[in-house]
Design a protein around this ligand. Structure first.
Ligand code: UDP
Ligand code: MG
Length: 319
């Protein structure tokens, strides 16, 4: 399914943007992107990936694509999630430099020239780092900080807090990135894992002005689990350690119980029994759950399903 379309295409800059129910943001997004890109004086294309929106996102994209062929819209067959939507768009991108960003204007388009400038200093990937969220809710701030703290504690790949999917790839780095066959994708981690020469640009994220965030706590937790399980088998090891520790404690307790029995000091012992049963039951379930998370991912990979389906592409029918 990997096809490098248009690799004869001389486009210099491709932007790839995933959108889920962003009809309210498209006008301003494209306005600001176009003026930024036109100022650069380079050829460009904008690939907008509609990730199964239920509002008029794709209809709007179609209108823009009709009047400007440099704007390309893809519509996925359903909601596949931001990470997969990005991949769908990246496969379509033909530029020499490829930049991914969010549609909700939290990744300021005006930062694009800076990314390109940093790349020209000799980088293959330019990441961005959100230094401060203007007007971000306290919950989002804490959950985001907690997200990175837990992830870095358990995962073997270290992530900078505040790194989002706003980054620049050179063609070479993107081809490497697209070579990952993984299904449960945690793009940020994969990028760190890839190597290459990576630079970073800091920016202040403005608040989302229209629409609402699509990342609920549940989605964050899923993404976090993907981030941990994709890069580390530490949780499996921890569950083994837990097993060892509880076994040792159990053995000691058994010795104690035997001595108590032999010396005739046996007591009713209901409380301690219940405590042990409950604790061991909990630890066992926890460990099985951890193993289950890995097995689920093995299962998912082994099915080897396509990552996504494209339902509509404004570039088709081809000329
Ligand atoms: N998005 C998407 N599919 C999803 C969820 C989000 O394409 O299932 C897009 C969304 O439209 C936005 C970007 O991914 O352009 C980031 O999402 P959001 O702003 O909701 O996340 P947050 O900034 O709150 O982390
Ligand atoms: Mg956002």
């Amino acid at each position: 399914m990997v096809q490098y379309k248009n690799f004869m295409n001389p486009t210099e800059i491709s932007l790839v943007i995933p959108l889920l129910n962003e009809e309210g943001n498209i006008n301003e997004l494209l306005l600001r992107l176009r003026s930024t890109l036109d100022d650069l004086g380079k050829s460009w294309e904008i690939i907008l990936v509609d990730d199964g929106s239920i509002d008029n996102t794709f209809q709007k994209i179609r209108l823009f694509a009709k009047e400007d062929p440099r704007i390309i819209g893809l519509s996925l067959s359903r909601n596949f999630g931001q990470q997969i939507a990005l991949i769908a768009g990246l496969h379509e991108a033909g530029g020499k430099l490829i930049i991914t960003l969010d549609a909700d204007l939290q990744h300021p388009p005006e930062l694009i020239p800076r990314l390109i400038e940093v790349q020209s200093e000799g980088y293959d990937i330019v990441n961005t780092k959100r230094i401060e969220h203007q007007g971000t809710g306290r919950f989002k701030k804490w959950s985001s900080a907690g997200f990175y703290a837990i992830l870095n504690r358990f995962s073997d790949v270290k992530l900078e807090p505040g790194s989002a999917d706003f980054r620049l790839f050179t063609r070479q780095a993107l081809d490497a990135f697209l070579a990952f066959p993984e299904k449960d994708r945690f793009n940020r981690g994969l990028v760190v894992w890839m190597g290459f020469k990576q630079g970073v640009v800091s920016y202040v994220a403005p608040p989302r002005t229209r629409g609402k965030t699509n990342y609920t706590l549940k989605r964050m937790m899923r993404l976090g689990l993907d981030g941990i399980t994709a890069f580390s088998s530490k949780p499996l090891r921890i569950s083994a350690y837990l097993g060892i520790v509880t076994t040792i404690v159990g053995l000691l307790y058994m010795i104690y119980a035997l001595i108590a029995y032999l010396t005739g000091h046996t007591s009713p012992g209901w409380t301690s029994l219940i405590a042990v049963v409950v604790l061991l039951g909990g630890v066992q379930l926890l460990c099985m759950g951890i193993i289950g998370e890995y097995i689920a991912r093995i299962y998912n990979e082994s099915k080897n399903r396509p990552l996504f389906f494209i339902k509509d592409n404004t570039r088709e029918p081809l000329e």
